[in-house]
Write a protein that binds this ligand. Sequence first.
Ligand code: C6P
Length: 407
Amino acid sequence: MTDWTSLRKDFPILHQQVHGKPLVYFDNAATSQKPRSVIDALVHYYERDNANVHRGIHELSNRATNAFEAARTRSAKFINAKSADEIIFTRGTTEGINLVAATWGAKNLKAGDVILLTELEHHSNLVPWQMLAQKTGAKITYIPVTGDDGVLDLSKLDSLLTPQVKMFSMVHISNSMGVVNPVEELCARARKLGIVTLVDGAQSAGHLPVDVQAIGCDFFAFSGHKICGPTGIGVLWGRQEILETMPPYQGGGEMILSVGYHKTEFKHAPHRFEAGTPDISGPIGLHAAMDYLDAIGRANIWQHDQELANYAAEKLSALKNIRIFGPKKNRAGLVSFLLKDVHAHDVVTLANQGGVALRGGHHCTQPLMHKLGVESTARASFYFYNTKAEVDVFIEVIKEIQKFFAA
Ligand code: C6P
């Protein structure tokens, strides 16, 4: 049995007061907090090993290079990739998807082709495809959501999987609804038709076991900062056969085999996609984060996430004048909601006075909000260091906010 409360000791930031109240950090879908081991890994790197990678043959450069490449190997293991050569370090999920759109997309899409997305997508998995569609003349189609539960209407899938579809890009766990999409089934259906697939794993990678080979996708993108790692580092996994066919993303140092004044020969993946001096401390911190999470076990984390989210959803449902979003079954670790006649930003502002950190807004899913007829929601998102006692505090704060606005 995991002692979740004792894990909190590993997170220095959690032990503080906000507005005179103990901090309740429920904004984990935006970014997670960092355990001491990740902070220490960063300090150790800058105090002992800092040098540029892949360049020098001096001791520090060798150490930095070894640590950087060890993080690549660790990342491959984290998502069960076949090889570390399939791991491209990026700035995060956003950059990973942009990389695929700009390289694979620019090479393979033409006017008349279709990019299939879902109505749940975060702007990161919408805007890069819209930009690509504008450039190439490709079209975008969407699998619709059924309503406030945010579940996809898969009865429409057959008719959407037309011969024109070349890319099917989908979110694994929706950041605003907490829906878990059946990505294995969706990728299997696409693969049968020769459609390339991308899974946006921003909200899943650190919350449940991820096996890219079992999912059967072609690309999988996630962010380090949402899985207890540093900001500014992320991973794009791509199937090696596809990566080798893709043109580079950016040009510069480190991604070349040879350069002449008129011609350049590029390295193989993944280095072809990593131009310039990379974020070196980022992968090192990410490595420590992955070790930390897997010592707890992501199946274990997932169970805890779901317990907290179900508990919070149940308690919120007992309140009057509240609209709750997200699925009834298999809810990921977050709850989005709206109090009648109270703006989500007011909920977040007043919750902050009670020490509770929530997020309010469209959560970078503006088209989805409009589809559901709202501008924004308030959102509580959980991680393994959160407790039921914190959910109780949150519920009391919400009750106070309702009283305040009723008065
Ligand atoms: N969602 C949230 O509060 P970056 O910014 O690249 O690390 O991640 C982008 C991203 C992509 N896909 C999904 C499903 C996401 O949830 C996010 C980030 C944050 O919900 C910030 S908007």
